[in-house]
Design a protein around this ligand. Structure first.
Ligand code: OAD
Length: 236
């Protein structure tokens, strides 16, 4: 029975809550040009368009509810004797709304705003606009607190610290296309940590995992959590 688990999640975890994934056939990157809405250059060229994209994501997120997979992960984290670090590429707050705590949002959060001028962060209003002033410096350089392509993901030191103390690394609902998140499985392997993929289908890095289960997150995540609970109760 593992005692220290690091769980990386991606858009597939929230897909059944009604939030779109990025690279599936109906994914967001088939509907929007990534370079226009998810890069610093795109924001510099048309901040209103970028705010519009994230305002729509924020509205979807506010309407969505955590699903059975979010609840199962929150329950796993609450179990006595287990240290579960939840790392997510997702910018939604569905893990927190399921009761999870200290979620590491490596790609930022829709619920937060960032001043590109002074670095101040605050709770994002429902709708953001380029002319919104920063509450700290009053400049109109407000952006969503989201990590864009070409920027460095947040909290990498904390993620690596947790990974190198872990005795299991689990990847849930991510295509394994975006680094550095996609490289965590390889780091875990090199460190000799068992790795498990839980995804709808094999991801591009699936061969790197020592174990895998495939299916919708709302089925396979609660089933895996229940299996761990069973292992915990089994006589050793
Ligand atoms: P992707 O859209 O790249 O991948 C979603 C993964 O979830 C795919 O492997 C799907 O097969 C799987 N999936 C879909 N529905 C599922 C379900 N119901 N249950 C389980 N798995 C399911 O999304 P991410 O890997 O999260 O970054 O994308 C990584 C990053 O790329 C995002 O954080 C975002 C994006 O561009 C930025 O915007 C910086």
């Amino acid at each position: 029975m593992p005692k220290r688990i690091v769980i990386l999640s991606g858009a597939g975890l929230s897909a059944e809550s009604g939030l779109g994934t990025f690279r599936d056939t109906d994914g967001l990157w088939t509907q929007y040009d990534l370079s226009e809405v998810a890069t610093p250059e795109g924001f510099a060229a048309d901040p209103a368009k970028v705010h519009g994209f994230y305002n729509a994501r924020r509205a979807n997120c506010l309407e969505a509810l955590p699903n059975a997979a979010h609840h199962a992960l929150a329950a796993l984290q609450a179990r006595a004797g287990l240290e579960v670090t939840l790392v997510t590429q997702n910018v939604d707050d569905l893990l927190e709304r399921a009761g999870a705590h200290d979620v590491i949002h490596m790609h930022g959060q829709l619920t937060r705003a960032l001043c590109a001028g002074c670095g101040h962060r605050w709770d994002a209003p429902r709708t953001m606009a380029p002319e919104d002033p920063c509450p700290a410096c009053n400049r109109s350089a407000t952006r969503p607190d989201i990590v864009w392509f070409g920027e460095i993901p947040y909290h990498m030191d904390a993620i690596e610290d947790a990974l190198f103390r872990a005795d299991l690394f689990v990847s849930i609902g991510t295509s394994g296309e975006v680094y550095p998140a996609a490289g965590l499985v390889q780091e875990a392997r090199v460190a000799g940590i068992p790795t498990l993929e839980l995804n709808l289908e094999p991801s591009s890095g699936s061969a790197l995992f020592s174990d895998a289960r495939y299916g919708p997150a709302t089925d396979i995540v609660p089933a895996w959590v229940a299996e761990l609970s069973g292992a915990d109760r089994a006589p050793s």
